[in-house]
Ligand binder design. Sequence first.
Ligand SMILES: Cc1cc2nc3c(=O)[nH]c(=O)nc-3n(C[C@H](O)[C@H](O)[C@H](O)COP(=O)(O)O)c2cc1C
Length: 222
Amino acid sequence: MKHLFRLGTALRDQGCPRPVTGVASARIELPAPERSGGMPIMEAFARRRTTRRFASTLLDDATLSNLLWAANGINREPDGGRTAPSVLALHEIDVYAVLACGLYRYDPHRHCLDLGVAIDLRGLTGYQEFVCDAPLDLVYVADLSRMHDIAPSQREPFASASAGAIVENVYLFCAGARLVVAARSWLNRSSLGVEMHLPHDSVAVLAQTVGHFDLSDGAEES
Ligand SMILES: Cc1cc2nc3c(=O)[nH]c(=O)nc-3n(C[C@H](O)[C@H](O)[C@H](O)COP(=O)(O)O)c2cc1C
């Protein structure tokens, strides 16, 4: 296989947890997401792409809110239907936001972020350098204990499909919001699981980095 993931990146030693920057609040309340407007969906498809060049500029709360809602928020009350599909509506994927101010789990019911660990784990979410610089690394964690009705051999493949649907939601949101984004499967799942304090039946399936394009060095976004 070609060294695809090395494009614009450098292999480095496994990242280390770092002290947080800013305040690790127990909960980050998010503003209500915008459920209308934005870029036409066909234009977002036309713009969708992977970019691996991130500025460290933070995402504002409104953007974070819209992004997480687009990823896997609730779009149908009262049954709790989500923006992303999942087998038997098991909603087995939890979205974690790995920020400079700590590790947070997205609660789609309250539409807020709850603190998991007050450590900057961005560098542990992957081996590519940009994971440390970008303001947000999303980690999609499958809770296999929610999948009792699924044959054991099918649980991880189905969870991967669910995570893939979330990944595409985030790609399209980013295309519309003119953010840059990269899906990532190149993770150290075991050390990430330990540092995130994941239970034994939860597994980090995929990650995705989101941010603003790094315009330094006169680079231009393609
Ligand atoms: C399941 C999956 C895993 C991926 N893993 C990585 C990764 O670990 N690192 C990376 O830089 N890109 C990763 N990508 C992004 C692909 O390399 C990218 O989608 C592909 O090169 C096509 O480019 P495009 O998204 O711009 O069309 C992944 C994409 C998918 C769907």
